[in-house]
Design a protein around this ligand. Structure first.
Ligand code: SF4
Ligand code: SF4
Length: 168
């Protein structure tokens, strides 16, 4: 068995947005049925690098929090969706079916982490897929993880006790 997971070391994140850009490069304009419809040109942040300012001028510090879908074990997006349109695969990846979820705007609000975005043109909710279309072809990690220059994103098999992600 394989259960995919990601650990994000926020202390390593420099806010470079490479992960966000790699996600856009992979998904904007590209359909990957039955995993995901194409991401629109603007408005979506499937890997959302959030910024938090701390302190007061002149002693200000910015921390970064890269926030993709958490691929929750008990996912409210799965339980709230109609007709099995959001489901958790055997490998732990939570997928929004781009055909079955058409018109279900309420799925956007079902996520407590606010990582689901509405595609106005396609009339469908969308989010991070852990690049499942690539993993299914034998890739070892999603594009965002590959693009991170500081190894802030660690991806792997949580069922393998020796994997880096399990060790972390
Ligand atoms: S969309 Fe939200 S609720 Fe659903 S798996 Fe991702 S983080 Fe969890
Ligand atoms: S690529 Fe890595 S360092 Fe850059 S914003 Fe993303 S997680 Fe942070």
């Amino acid at each position: 068995m394989t259960t995919y997971g990601m650990v994000i070391d926020v202390s390593r994140c420099t806010g470079c947005h490479n992960c966000f850009l790699a996600c856009r490069d992979e998904h904007v304009g590209n359909d990957y049925p039955p995993i995901a419809a194409a991401q629109p040109q603007s408005g979506h942040r499937w890997m959302d690098v959030q910024e938090y300012e701390r302190g007061k001028f002149p002693r200000v510090r910015v921390d970064y929090l890269p926030l993709p879908c958490q691929h929750c074990k008990e996912a409210t997006c799965v339980s709230k969706a109609q007709g099995g349109s959001v489901y958790r695969r055997a490998d732990g990846i939570v997928v929004i079916d781009p055909e079955k979820a058409v018109g279900q705007r309420e799925i956007v609000l079902s996520c407590p982490h606010r990582v689901i975005f509405w595609n106005e043109a396609k009339n469908v909710p969308q989010k991070c897929t852990f690049c499942a279309h690539l993993l299914d072809k034998g890739w070892k990690q999603p594009r965002c993880v590959e693009a991170c220059p500081t190894q802030a994103l660690v991806f792997g098999d949580l069922d393998d006790p020796d994997s880096e992600v399990s060790q972390l």
